[in-house]
Design a protein around this ligand. Structure first.
Ligand code: ADP
Length: 622
């Protein structure tokens, strides 16, 4: 046994061991491409060293040539696997250069496909055994060499250039250690192996190939780096686990339940608190359908629609909904979620991570506030109607008076001989119509007096304005106020509570009347206009009254009043009603007018998408 027969098998064994380890890792890890390519290169080096040893011992030109053929093929495979490894592992480098290097290296291998391989030797005349130190021997061949084998080495040189270029780019991107360790060693040992093999093939030196040793060095550098990566990822996994635990602890302390929905597996992972919120036991497997099943039936559809939209548009998700508890009570949950950061993943491969919080207390408080606001609004309406009572009594007295005198006239006509039945019929028709008028006044009053929950419905704002004007008509007339109404055409509908919006307008109109009380009769002008645009519908109520204080916003403060019997609550209630409609209510000075300074109050509400088609253009009445 000589050092040759000892060293080459050791290289083979080392390469096979490394190859197997990385193949195993590559098959288990995703993506494990770099490890798989490493394993391929390691197996190629193992085969290469076996062939090298066989060549060292070749005893005939034919055997030498046959081994040469196989060693050339394995060298081609090695070049290809190294190029692929660098391409995948570095993520840098020019693809065309890698393909060119592999192409130029492998094309001359066609010469080895001939019945007698011709890449290195056109002909071998003899093989002889050379003795080297330690009594070891190796075989060298003599014959006519093929000058075209230089093309093969040009390919190897191109691979060196590709690796060097990819390493420089990697260095610039900051992965310096990887660039130096892997890129540097591949470049260096490829050069050494290439030069040595070229010198042996060119017949410049007589020596066995030492290519497998150079590749072993390359493999070791690659292996060390890959193992480092592996250690780092183990460390990262540990850190991640700890950070997850810390996050869960913090989230738990903040009352937040954390969840992750893996769309592909249709599974939801949830922290303990999330499970408690959704009434799942600690170790139960939760599917998407099971989680949705816990949501209140009325809220399921909007929740699912929102989730699908977030997935399709890759946006964040936020929703508030109710979860049914085993005792059939409701728990309000607020959820915020984000899609995991795989930008080009298909919806099926995405994950959604989110936080859920119990907002039942907040919701109950909001409900109580809303209830109180409704009660306050109701009281304020009663107060306003008491202000209007004189005018309403007048509105009722008028038809009642007409009914009475018509009925008396009919009594007289009916006792005549012959009775004037045609006239009586006309009188009865008048009575019915006046009765309807009185009934309408009562209906409007009852509607305003009703106390009910806030309920939104599509409304035509021009109709609301008209309704309110009917209610205050007598008051306006008795106060000698000239009313100018300008309603825009095709005003879009708004989503609103009809009674509460009437109340707002009524409040603004009554305030305007009060503000103009000190004006002369000719100087009392009330202008009401509706306009729309930019997704909003606006109603403005302008007067020519005493005007607003310098700090305009004060009029909206609760209990701010300048009236002897005022409560100072009307405008603040109006503003809270408008806010609940997602709208705005503000006041502005009207500028100098002939009869006073005047004020304009504007009410703006979000428009619904479809125009209502109602409304008249510039109907003007006084
Ligand atoms: P109240 O009518 O009970 O005083 P409001 O909240 O409706 O309560 O009004 C608050 C105050 O705002 C009024 O007292 C008045 O000083 C002022 N104000 C309201 N509307 C007008 C207006 N159109 N012109 C001038 N001042 C107004």
């Amino acid at each position: 046994m000589t050092w040759i027969t000892f060293l080459w098998p050791m290289v083979t064994a080392a390469c096979i061991t490394m190859g197997l380890i990385h193949l195993w890792i590559g098959l288990r890890q995703t993506p494990g491409t770099a490890h798989k390519l490493f394993a391929l290169a390691a197996f190629a080096v193992a085969v290469f060293s076996v062939l090298e040893l066989a060549m060292i011992r070749a005893d005939s030109p034919a055997r030498f040539l046959e081994l040469q053929r196989w060693i050339d093929f394995v060298a081609g495979a090695l070049v290809a696997s190294l190029a692929a490894f660098v391409w995948v592992y570095f993520g840098t480098g020019r693809k065309w250069l890698a393909l060119l290097a592999v192409g130029v290296t492998c094309t001359p291998l066609i010469l080895d496909l001939l019945p007698v391989p011709k890449l290195i030797f056109l002909q071998i005349t003899a093989v002889r055994t050379v003795e080297t130190f330690g009594g070891a021997t190796y075989t060298v061949a003599e014959g006519i060499r093929n000058p075209w084998h230089a093309v093969f080495y040009m390919g190897v040189l191109l691979l060196v250039v590709f690796v060097a270029d990819a390493s420089v780019t990697l260095w610039r991107r900051g992965a310096r250690r990887r660039a130096v360790r892997v890129g540097g060693s591949i470049t260096f040992f490829l050069l050494v192996a290439g030069v040595q093999a070229a010198l042996v093939d060119g017949g410049v030196i007589n020596a066995p190939y030492i290519v497998s040793f150079c590749y072993l060095a390359i493999l070791m550098a690659m292996g060390v780096e890959l193992s480092d990566d592996l250690f780092r990822s183990v460390q990262l996994a540990q850190d991640l686990h700890e950070s997850e635990m810390r996050m869960e602890l913090a989230a738990d302390a903040a009352g937040v339940g954390v969840w992750i929905w893996s769309i592909q597996d249709n599974r939801i992972w949830g922290s303990e608190r999330w499970r408690r919120l959704f009434e799942f036991s600690p170790h139960e497997t939760v599917t998407y359908e099971q989680a949705v099943g816990r949501i209140h039936p009325d809220d399921r559809e909007p929740v699912e629609r929102g989730l699908q939209r977030a997935l399709a548009e890759r946006t964040d998700y936020a929703e508030e909904f109710r979860v049914m508890t085993p005792d059939s009570s409701e728990r309000w949950i607020g959820v915020r979620a984000r899609l995991s950061a795989q930008a080009n993943a298909t919806p099926a491969r995405m994950r959604m991570m989110g936080a859920a919080i119990d907002i039942t207390a907040r919701r109950q408080l909001e409900q109580r506030i809303e209830q109180q606001r409704n009660e306050l609004a109701h009281l304020s309406r009663i107060n306003m109607l008491s202000e209007l009572s004189g005018s309403l009594a007048h509105e009722l007295n008028q038809p009642l008076g007409i009914i009475l005198s018509n009925a008396q006239a009919a009594q007289r006509l009916i006792v005549q001989e012959p009775p004037d039945l045609a006239e009586v019929r006309d009188i009865l028709a008048d009575i019915v119509s006046e009765d309807e008028r009185a009934g309408e006044v009562i209906r409007r009053m009852r509607a305003m007096l009703k106390s009910g929950p806030f309920s939104l419905q599509p409304l035509a704002i021009n109709e609301t304005v008209e309704e309110v004007l009917r209610l205050v008509r007598s008051d306006l007339i008795s106060n000698g106020i000239a009313v100018h109404v300008t309603c825009a055409a095709s005003v879009p509908q708004v989503l609103g509570d009809p009674i509460q919006l009437q109340q707002v307008l009524l409040n603004l109109i009554l305030n305007a009347c009060d503000a103009m009380a000190a004006n002369s009769l000719e100087g009392r002008h009330l202008s009401i206009a509706t306009t729309h645009g930019k997704g909003c519908v606006r109603v403005s109520v302008a007067d020519t009254g005493c005007g607003l204080p310098a700090e305009i916003e004060r009029v909206f403060e609760p209990f701010h009043t300048t009236k002897k019997e005022g409560l100072g609550l009307g405008l603040s209630i109006c503003r809270s009603i408008v806010s609940a409609h997602n709208g705005r209510l503000w006041a502005q000075a009207r500028g100098a007018t002939a009869s006073g300074r005047g004020a304009t109050f504007c009410l703006e509400l979000p428009a619904m998408e479809r125009p209502s088609g109602e409304g008249r253009v510039a109907s003007d009445k006084s």
